[in-house]
Design a binder for this molecule. Structure first.
Ligand code: ZN
Ligand code: FE
Length: 260
């Protein structure tokens, strides 16, 4: 879906640990999941940008709470999932819709990735995936509305993207996620290496997001549920014998839930 190689993507910090993604090109700006208005409006003023669009992945307040106030500051188009009740969506979209934002020469494909919420979507374009709270760096969102099977299928959709895809998720959860990943795979050196790198970044208050999909495939347990080490660890630690792929996946999520 590549149309523009010259975009700049920057995290705008919001609430406790949310990232609002700022996509910029030619002085135009697209923001993804504005859970708060104030930091977005400050960013627009500071960098003298023209807001061209808002993209929303799902209805949760920490991803939508700033929309109304941003629109009061600057009227713009708002894309979001068709079947979630989100105020101020002007352009409802669903799976495989193509979004074009000519001001930035941007094109995104909408991917339905349900599980965290029932109509959660991602925006995929220019080698970037904006995936809200479905896949996290080194982890995965909670299954609030959908089923484990839906979330599993959403993981497979993300896995099928090119290995070089940049993963832009909605929260800074990498360190906690990697601690769980180390619990699942204590001998996976890639996870240990990533944990040390993430620790250094966080010490300097730098974001660990985005990550490259190939890194996720090597270290994110929720993308590794077909790996024997992960399955054996699950059997050993949870004292269960999962019957199929979905059961393995569901049990891994349940295990993560117990670690907080
Ligand atoms: Zn959420
Ligand atoms: Fe969230």
């Amino acid at each position: 879906m590549l149309t523009n190689n010259n975009i700049k993507v920057t995290p705008i910090k919001a609430l406790t640990d949310n990232y609002i993604w700022a996509i910029e090109s030619n002085n135009y700006l697209v923001v993804v999941d504005p859970g708060e208005a104030k930091p977005v409006i400050e960013y627009i003023k500071k960098h003298n940008l023209n807001l061209a669009a808002i993209l929303v992945t799902h209805h949760h307040y920490d991803h939508t709470g700033g929309i109304a106030e941003i629109l009061a500051f600057k009227e713009t188009k708002v894309w979001g999932p068709v079947n979630e009740s989100i105020p101020n969506i002007s352009n409802p979209v669903e799976n495989n819709d193509i979004i074009e934002i000519p001001l930035l020469d941007l094109k995104f494909q909408v991917l339905a990735i349900p599980g965290h919420t029932i109509d959660h979507i991602a925006y995929y374009g220019s080698s970037n995936l904006f995936c809200g709270d479905t896949l996290f760096t080194a982890g995965m969102g909670r299954i609030f509305e959908g089923t484990a099977e839906q979330m599993y299928n959403s993981m497979q959709i993300i896995k099928s993207l090119p290995n070089t895809t940049n993963i832009y998720c909605g929260h800074e959860y990498t360190l906690a996620n990697l601690k769980f990943a180390m619990l699942v795979e204590p001998h996976n050196l890639e996870i240990q290496k990533r944990y040390e790198e993430a620790k250094l970044l966080r010490k300097q208050n730098l974001p660990t997001v985005p990550a490259i999909l190939s890194t996720e495939l090597a270290t994110n347990p929720f993308l590794r549920t077909d790996n024997n080490t992960v399955i054996e660890s699950l059997v050993k630690n949870r004292k269960i014998i999962p019957q199929d792929k979905i059961a393995i996946f569901r049990e891994l999520r349940a295990w993560k839930d117990t670690t907080g």
